[in-house]
Design a protein around this ligand. Structure first.
Ligand code: AP5
Length: 227
């Protein structure tokens, strides 16, 4: 299955992609994580992307498209993937369609995470990330057992630089201006599923898994050559 998670910053895309990808044996491709890795390792891409990320702006399409193309062609994506944070502009969406068409594939589902501004601000202001393994926490909703320390690897937790309130508000503005149009784009293609993301994490996971299950029910007849 080839799935996109679409929605505003802090909607819970990464949290759900982590769980669902494991459950469904899909690769989790986060454009944000790939870009942050490039920034940390100081690659040419990272140097170009850094300023945009820090300001809460979108990194230019060509830079992101190149990273995603390279990632999707890797072996672990053959059986499917969840794209988390990509595409974010109409032009990225069109490139993705073309890319998949060339590979003889297409997107199966796009989950749109609908969430209130209040939840976004609360979630992002409390988000903490492990500096070693990248695990995602929240001081209130997903706390680590020991304050500031990762349960999985003992790494130190930190707050993402772009989770400062001022940058969060800018990311939301950019989302409304440049990404929201994708909801209509995918609705027209008839693959959009809306998820109420103001619910708790477990409820959202269950809703997504139910939709994937009901979507698969109609697919096997064709994919296994029965009709
Ligand atoms: P990116 O890393 O993609 O950030 P984002 O889309 O803004 O998404 P977030 O990671 O902030 O939120 P999320 O929806 O994944 O929420 P999460 O699950 O972590 O992008 C960062 C930057 O990179 C961009 O600003 C841009 O510069 C650049 N970039 C990336 N992709 C790009 C592209 N395609 N084109 C151009 N530029 C690009 O949850 C947030 C917090 O809430 C966590 O603490 C979590 O524990 C908690 N939480 C999650 N779900 C719930 C829940 N249901 N209830 C309570 N708490 C919850």
């Amino acid at each position: 299955m080839r799935i996109v998670f679409l929605g505003p910053p802090g909607a819970g895309k990464g949290t759900q992609a982590e769980t669902i990808s494991k459950e469904k044996n899909l690769s989790h491709i986060s454009s944000g994580n790939l870009l942050r890795e490039a920034v940390e390792t100081g690659t040419e891409t990272g140097i170009k992307a850094r300023d945009y990320i820090e300001k809460g702006l979108l990194v230019p399409d060509q830079i992101v498209v190149d990273i995603i193309k390279e990632r999707i062609l890797k072996d672990d994506c053959k059986e499917g993937f969840i794209l988390d944070g990509f595409p974010r502009t109409l032009s990225q969406a069109k490139v993705l369609d073309e890319m998949l068409k060339k590979l003889g594939n297409k997107l199966d589902l796009v989950f749109y995470f609908a969430v209130s501004k209040e939840s976004v601000v609360l979630r992002l202001s409390g988000r903490r990330i492990c500096s070693i393994c990248g695990a995602n926490y929240h001081v209130k909703y997903v706390p680590s057992s020991k304050d500031g320390i990762c349960d999985k690897c003992g790494g130190k937790l930190y707050q993402r630089a772009d989770d400062k309130l001022e940058t969060v508000l800018e990311r939301m503005r950019v989302y409304h201006e440049q990404t929201e149009d994708l909801i209509e784009y995918y609705r027209k293609n008839d693959i959009l599923k809306e998820i109420v993301s103001d619910a708790n994490i477990e409820t959202i996971t269950k809703n997504i898994l139910d939709i994937i299950k009901s979507n698969l029910k109609y697919k096997p007849l064709i994919s296994f050559g029965v009709i």
